[in-house]
Design a protein around this ligand. Structure first.
Ligand code: COA
Length: 166
């Protein structure tokens, strides 16, 4: 426990793709933690639009160089990855009551595997409460407006995926 770095948090997700809602959590996370590791789960069961490499690249391009931010991906269990990073905190965003049950379940499961690691939640900022990666993808596929919801690197990647010229 003492060897673990107290001020490092891991912010995990599928990030398929990263949205402004995730970025809000990252920016606020940086106010609280010295170092934030944005970690893309490699074994997400979801049917993904973007490859892990594409997702990591979009996050890197969006976040730019910041010595307090690291972008990574991980195979296997999140809790093991967090321990390998010598971090004590998993940061997650909560959008609505509907997120709670799932988050509660994985937080409890993770804590039962390693009780030295805590999951901390931040309430998603109001403009992003209804936002999700799936909604963004559906909007993009149907040529809806996505600019307010995603960073430019993601907008460009979605345009390319759906065959639109920039
Ligand atoms: N604002 C807006 N939207 C947000 C948001 C925010 N602050 N935070 C999350 N979302 C949305 C995402 O866009 C995404 O939308 P989608 O469902 O349409 O794709 C959804 O909420 C959740 O996605 P994301 O934040 O990317 O994370 P996730 O729930 O897919 O991540 C892991 C789950 C990676 C944490 C979990 O699967 C995991 O730990 N995997 C590793 C394997 C493991 O350890 N499993 C055992 C767990 S007990």
């Amino acid at each position: 426990m003492n060897a673990m770095k107290k001020h490092v948090a891991v912010y995990p997700g599928s990030f398929d793709p990263i949205t402004n809602g995730h970025l809000d959590i990252i920016n606020r996370g940086l106010e609280v933690f010295d170092t934030l590791i944005v970690a893309v789960a490699r074994n997400s069961e979801k049917n993904a639009l973007f490859s892990i490499e594409e997702r990591v690249e979009m996050i890197r391009e969006t976040l730019g160089d910041n010595p307090r931010l690291k972008v990574d991906s991980f195979p296997g269990l999140l809790i093991d990855y967090v321990a390998r990073q010598e971090a004590r905190v998993i940061l997650r965003g909560l959008r609505a009551v509907s997120d709670f049950e799932y988050e509660f379940q994985i937080a409890q499961m993770n804590h039962s595997i390693n009780e030295e690691i805590e999951t901390l939640f931040m309430m998603t900022a109001v403009p992003y409460g209804y936002l999700s990666s799936s909604i963004v993808k559906e909007m993009a596929a149907l040529d809806g407006p996505i600019d307010p919801y995603v960073p430019p690197a993601v907008k460009a990647a979605l345009d390319r995926k759906y065959g639109r010229l920039l």
